[in-house]
Design a binder for this molecule. Sequence first.
Ligand SMILES: Nc1ncnc2c1ncn2[C@@H]1O[C@H](COP(=O)(O)OS(=O)(=O)O)[C@@H](OP(=O)(O)O)[C@H]1O
Length: 344
Amino acid sequence: MARIASGDPLPATVEAAKTADAGDCFIGEASTVCCLPGLVNVGVQKAGTGELQTWLGVHPAVKVHGGEVHFFDDQERTPSCNAQWRGHLRLRYARFLWKRQRLREADVRGRLLFEKTPAYFDRAQPRQVACAIPAARVLIMLREPAARAHSAYDMCQREQEGRWCKAPFAQVVERVLVGGGGNSSDAAPLHTSRRQMQRSPHLRRLFLMGHYSTFMRRWLDVFVWPHVGVLWLEQFKADPFACMHAVERFAGLAHHPYRTVATRNEAGLYVVGRSKSDYERKRAPSPWAAGDTRAVVSATAALEAAMVRVRAYYAPSQRRLAQLLQKTNTSLLPELPSPVTGLL
Ligand SMILES: Nc1ncnc2c1ncn2[C@@H]1O[C@H](COP(=O)(O)OS(=O)(=O)O)[C@@H](OP(=O)(O)O)[C@H]1O
């Protein structure tokens, strides 16, 4: 059972923070409260972490942060996790987490505190997170890695318009993934072009993040395995109710009747209130918008071929992940989704 913020808050001092853990709260000046989360969703980007936060936000026994925290992103390596350091780290983290919200005891008493930062999966040092909140439940949401990479690239094109994502995804794949013959059945393994990866840290992250087993091992090295739970966006798409039930069991929460509050949106997905899935797919890429049929057909074919290539690139790594999930028993649902099992 994850720690629920039900006890009396500790004084907001380093001394008190030395003995705190996930789910504990600190009371500071003017009775303001800040807490350490009991449940942290550490990733991955584009695997439905925003949606999960929305669903947990309507659970009466959960207090969600509401945004993304990024406290542990790219922090410097710390020499050791001694008591003094732990005390400081916990206080800084709890204060940072709630700096934009004036929490009162009544907001948190008896509730599970939740934060999500998908960037933690590959950008945080799990050892540091474990130093701050060793008893926390760590939720890892994954998504078939080729679809994840495409979705992340698409988001960059739509929202960030960065230089690194100007070219169509299919062109980038052609440039970055080398070896093989473009066919998943080719014997030669695909790997990333060192030169292309050195040129763009964004592309490097886009492709490397999908080697889930590499990053997962780092989390499993420092958190006890029953405290780490894995869920797939594909599972959430297929049955969000089973997923929410599994998350509740994982976090020690009472069952909430999500079926009574969820509706289906235009995309046919279950949502509670506003969802990214309501509007993300409505924005069309340029050839579609221009209505140029030939361009659409050729862009679709190029994208499909690129996706085959990306899936082939990730196949060995997906096999390693399957073994890791089996060994550690960290899947929250017993059945792996078909786009994932297809690769294993
Ligand atoms: N209710 C529901 N059911 C199934 N799938 C859903 C739902 N809500 C959001 N989504 C899809 O989740 C994808 C976004 O994931 P994230 O919220 O983790 O994105 S982000 O990293 O925070 O930007 C994004 O996927 P893509 O549209 O394929 O990019 C969303 O469409």
